[in-house]
Design a protein around this ligand. Structure first.
Ligand SMILES: [Zn+2]
Length: 137
């Protein structure tokens, strides 16, 4: 199992990759299930799951890579929502996670030099992607 981590509000969240990820109707998470899956039996296959109390995110590694990446952003938004008690609905969380994922995946340098953006902060405390002149010594 590959693990990664990130910091959020002073806490370290661990990302765990599982080849199978299920939840029952009581909300219990489990990593193996050999029976039927569906609403009738109360067992749901998941792409991801976030546990803000345990600071853990689980990603279904059987999903295509792009789905796993999007799910990480979805679960990160879930974590922000839970920790800040924002009260976002699940469609809001899904929209924000998918939107952030697309922005991150499509952000490119306009000069063709490198694809990883650097952020700079201006006097209004807004951040933006660094322009080339910002990066000159
Ligand atoms: Zn969700």
């Amino acid at each position: 199992m590959i693990s990664k981590e990130f910091q959020l509000f002073g806490h370290t969240f661990c990302i765990n990759y599982q080849s199978a990820l299920f939840q029952n109707s009581a909300g219990d998470l489990f990593f193996e299930h050999k029976g039927e899956v569906g609403p009738k039996v109360g067992i749901e296959a998941l792409n991801g799951f976030m546990d803000s109390g345990a600071l853990q995110i689980y990603i279904n590694s059987s999903c295509p890579p792009s789905v796993q990446e999007e799910t990480i952003w979805h679960e990160a938004v879930e974590a922000i929502n839970a920790m800040c008690e924002m009260g976002l609905t699940h469609p809001h969380i899904q929209t924000l996670g998918a939107g952030i994922h697309q922005i991150i995946k499509t952000m490119r340098s306009t000069t063709g030099q490198g694809n990883l953006p650097q952020l700079v902060f201006n006097s209004n405390d807004c951040c933006r992607v660094a322009a080339e002149e910002d990066l000159l010594p």
